[in-house]
Design a binder for this molecule. Structure first.
Ligand code: PMP
Length: 428
């Protein structure tokens, strides 16, 4: 899309003062070419850029906007909370209500602590796993992204993968050496790893449904194997549900699949669009945290009253609307349209969906891990992305991301999207 004059001049100015012109790399559109547009306003499933262009949005602020943008109950909750003060650094009632709700909804969580981002949540889980076990090694999976803390930026997904830097400069080799990376969905590799160094492994961190290299689903039995092998070797199993938590179901993947991890990292949806993360899990592990235990973790703005009020309002509204059921219905409508279009256009591209999360891989190879995901035709993806954007449909600007539907997407919006997707595929 050639951007309007306001986006163009804002980006020129941004590049002068902000590295790459953006505050998070994937926003720079490097992988798809062109320049990012700037948003003026967003409501429901739509965003309007500063030049007045209207788009149907499937990024949803990268996951949090599960009710669509600026849902009334969330905005009202923010106003009401803010009137009483925006931060105290002293315990407030919202924090307790949020902690109780998370413990009631998420099967593997007995105690929880709030933080300000998904990165903080996973980083704290890792420290806790190490403190609890007295071991140093962490196992992660190829293409899974867990935020940008040092030890987890090894073979990472999302923007790190999009920009060809799955490992980052500035991470000491000695630190990265403590992270072992395995291919996802590979039971033999997992068994071999634990056989060799099970006694060193503090924890295994996994995106319960990996959604940062596109969307990848576990093969039957894989999550059960993870649960069993970590238990056997005394390693802490960490589900990163920053993306999937409160989205694929009230209690996340662990509710759907019926496996409770020892620790869970959460974020996105629980903040209602405010900067929020959380981590929680088994009581005996969580009680290792300061002030009760020796593992230190803290935050000036953690449990912020405005952020807690926003998140609580969003979660209560989802519950009231039975939002998860609705999202699955909307996801099924989109799925039917896409599969139909693929058939009509003779493309055998791989489509994956769980509830409101989806990904169309531009490859004919079934995708079970990062190696498969990388067989995608990125040139075709790029053309597809720009065609859709030109026609008013905004998908994530990278093949290695997941799309999100919100409860604010109406069947008419999905029908218009299907039309645009069809045109875009035919134009390839
Ligand atoms: N874990 C997962 C699974 C994520 O998708 C993300 C962000 N996309 C993070 C962790 C990091 O969260 P944040 O960007 O809030 O630090």
């Amino acid at each position: 899309m050639s951007n309007g004059p306001l986006s163009t001049s804002l980006f020129a100015l941004a590049k002068k003062y902000i590295p790459g012109g953006v505050n998070s790399p994937v926003r720079a559109f490097r992988n798809v070419g062109g320049e990012p547009f700037f948003v003026r306003r967003a409501k429901g499933c739509r965003i309007w850029d500063v030049d007045g262009k209207e788009l149907i949005d499937y990024v949803g602020t990268w996951g949090p906007a599960i009710l669509g943008h600026a849902p009334l109950p969330v905005i009202e909750a923010i106003h009401n909370a803010a009137k009483d003060g925006v931060s105290f650094g002293i315990p407030n009632p919202y924090e307790v209500e949020m902690a109780k709700l998370i413990c009631e909804w998420v099967p593997g969580v007995e105690k929880v602590r709030m933080v300000n981002s998904g990165t903080e949540a996973t980083m704290s889980c890792i420290r806790l796993a190490r403190g609890f076990t007295g071991r140093d090694r962490i196992v992660k999976f190829d293409g899974c992204y867990h935020g940008h803390s040092d030890g987890l930026l090894v073979a990472a997904g999302s923007g790190a993968l999009t920009h060809g830097r799955p490992d980052s400069a500035g991470v000491p080799a000695a630190y990265a050496d403590l992270t072992t990376v395995l291919p996802y969905n590979d039971v033999a590799a997992l068994e071999e790893c634990f056989e060799k160094m099970g006694h060193e492994i503090a924890g295994v961190i996994v995106e319960s449904y990996p959604a940062n290299a596109g969307l990848i689903l576990p093969q039957p039995g894989y999550l059960a194997k993870l649960r069993e092998i970590t238990q056997k070797h005394g390693a802490v199993l960490i589900f990163d549900e920053v993306m999937t938590g409160f989205r694929v179901a009230k209690g996340g993947v662990q509710e759907l699949e019926n496996y409770s991890p020892d620790l869970t990292a959460m974020g996105k949806v629980i903040g209602g669009g405010m900067p929020v993360g959380a981590f929680g899990g088994r009581k005996d592990i969580m009680d290792m945290l300061a002030p009760d235990g020796p593992v230190y973790q803290a935050g000036t703005l953690s449990g912020n009253p405005v952020a807690m009020a926003a998140g609580l309002a969003q979660l209560r509204e989802m519950e009231k609307q039975q939002g998860w059921k609705r999202l699955d219905e909307l996801g099924a409508i989109m799925e039917e349209a896409v599969l139909d279009t693929l058939k009509q256009t003779g493309r055998n591209y791989q489509w994956y969906r769980v509830g409101s999360m989806f990904c169309l891989f531009f490859t004919e190879t079934p995708v079970r891990n990062l190696t498969d995901a990388k067989t995608s035709d990125l040139v075709s993806f790029r053309k597809f992305f720009h065609h859709c954007l030109d026609k008013g449909v905004y998908f994530a600007p990278s093949q290695f991301e997941t799309g999100f539907i919100s409860t604010a997407h109406a069947p008419e919006d999905l029908a218009r999207t299907a039309e645009v997707v069809r045109e875009a595929l035919l134009a390839l």
